[in-house]
Ligand binder design. Sequence first.
Ligand code: BEZ
Ligand code: FE
Length: 285
Amino acid sequence: MRDFDEHNITEAVIDSLAQTGDARLKTVMTSLVRHLHDFVRDVEPSFDEWNAAIDFLTRTGQMCSDTRQEFILLSDTLGVSMLVDAINHRMPEGATETTVLGPFFVAAAPELPLGADISGGIEGERLSVNGVVCAPDCRPLAGATVDVWHADDDGYYDVQQADLQSLAMRARFRTDRDGRFAFTSIMPAFYPIPHDGPVGAMLEALGRHPYRPAHVHFMIAAEGYETLITHIFDAESPYLDSDAVFGVKSSLIAPFSRDDQSGNIQRGLTYRFGLKPLPNIEGDN
Ligand code: BEZ
Ligand code: FE
């Protein structure tokens, strides 16, 4: 085949996929080629623009390391992460909605007893969190693992603070026989996503800010249920309606109440988490 032009090249590339053994790969690549070619036909980039796009993607890759994933940030800030999440988490009534994992999860957080203080000695407004983990029909789930992590009151996670000697503001708990867990910590603040790389430059060029509203992350796992990855957002935080990564859902916004304990304000969060049963046990419910 030869003499390709803007009218026949798309079908020619799709024809070249005919021998793809993996049917799913063939479907994905066919759609990718179609959309990519349609995008180019729509935008009609100059060579300078095309080279700028290649340069942007090259710098995005070069920004990646063991501790920085600029491509996920790009996916997050273009709403792709939340779209993939929505497609894969169509939740039944009674199950908690999901949102992005984010880059600050640490798999090896220490398992602590219920009620522990996880602040790691970092100062801030005190926060008390009480949660219960249930099936959608409200049956409490005992023995579920609950990973929690959050930023400090300057908006930084422990892993962003070179001077911290150990993990802080993160832990793993196991729910008690009533499905309950509890811990104390400090109030997290709203914060910017890492914006010192190509994604930050893109946001600036688009006139967008890099901020996320204040939140606490939760990852909750129980046998027979889909692992829930979510956050609970502070109802009083700025940026609830302009989260840089499109991660806010109304059902995940909760009051962080104020309790005046002899002049010291303590904030409180109480939340019920519903887990979605895995398909093989769904029929039993
Ligand atoms: C986070 O909430 O930790 C986060 C999520 C997406 C991008 C950056 C940070
Ligand atoms: Fe976060």
